[in-house]
Design a protein around this ligand. Structure first.
Ligand code: SF4
Length: 239
């Protein structure tokens, strides 16, 4: 029987897709992003707060149905595609119940199981960690091959995508990279929105709690002016 290992829930999420959403954060991630603010989700063998079947998770979601009518459910992580069969079945049940489904993924896993999840996703929130392939391995611990293949596949499927991209000073934030990002995304007519997110240091204590050295020690948070500047560059590309 399928059971999801779920790190935690958020019942009234407002930043992970359109409207008010029930957000389930799945346990486990194969990436090791330097700027991760949820390293406590990494270990796939650690027990999250909940172990549930897709039907049990749907029953939990339905308790909030009147609140999420304008939104839906989002499954995030960690990396939810590590538990693709569970997510695919949960999304299938949600859609049967008339609930909008959004998958928040880095696209690092690209295989048939992932495709079955995409088929049940009304929207994909795709996190691009860096636009530069040469930096991908050192910034995330994984090559960028699958992320690129995921982007191409979602375009082929005509699947609505919202891009999310964290701007880290000295790493992913500079004019040249923002222009590269804009030029790349213009090739994807299924990209409806680009959310540029400011790097912050609020997740740092979680690294300390896990006895992990924080890799971005000394890197400052992105300022509001820098974020506005980045957004103005992407606006030149129609985003
Ligand atoms: S993909 Fe997300 S959860 Fe995984 S390491 Fe990167 S930021 Fe953290």
């Amino acid at each position: 029987m399928l059971r999801g290992n779920i790190h935690s829930f958020e019942s009234f999420g407002t930043v992970d897709g359109p409207g008010i959403r029930f957000v389930a954060f799945m346990q486990g991630c194969p990436m090791r992003c330097l700027f991760c603010h949820n390293p406590d989700t990494w270990n796939p063998d650690a027990r999250g707060q909940y172990s549930m079947s897709p039907e049990e998770l749907l029953a939990e979601v339905k308790r909030y149905k009147s609140f999420i009518r304008s939104g839906g459910v989002t499954v995030s992580g960690g990396e939810p595609l590590l538990q693709a069969p569970f997510v695919a079945e949960f999304f299938r049940l949600c859609r049967e119940a008339g609930i909008h489904t959004a998958l928040d993924t880095s696209g690092v896993i690209f295989n048939e199981e992932a495709m079955r999840v995409y088929a049940q996703s009304d929207l994909v929130l795709l996190d691009i960690k860096t636009i530069r392939d040469a930096d991908h391995q050192s910034y995330t611990g994984c090559p960028s091959r699958s992320n690129r293949a995921t982007m191409d596949y979602l375009r082929e499927q005509g699947k609505p995508v919202w891009i999310r991209h964290v701007l880290v000073p000295g790493h992913t934030y500079d004019d040249a990279q923002l222009h590269e990002l804009g030029a790349y995304l213009k090739n994807y007519p299924n990209v409806e929105k680009v959310e540029l997110l400011a790097y912050h240091t609020m997740g740092r204590y979680k690294w300390a709690n896990l006895d992990l050295a924080y890799p971005l020690e000394g890197v400052s948070a992105l300022t509001a002016d820098q974020l506005a500047h980045a957004r103005s560059i992407l606006a030149d590309y129609g985003f």
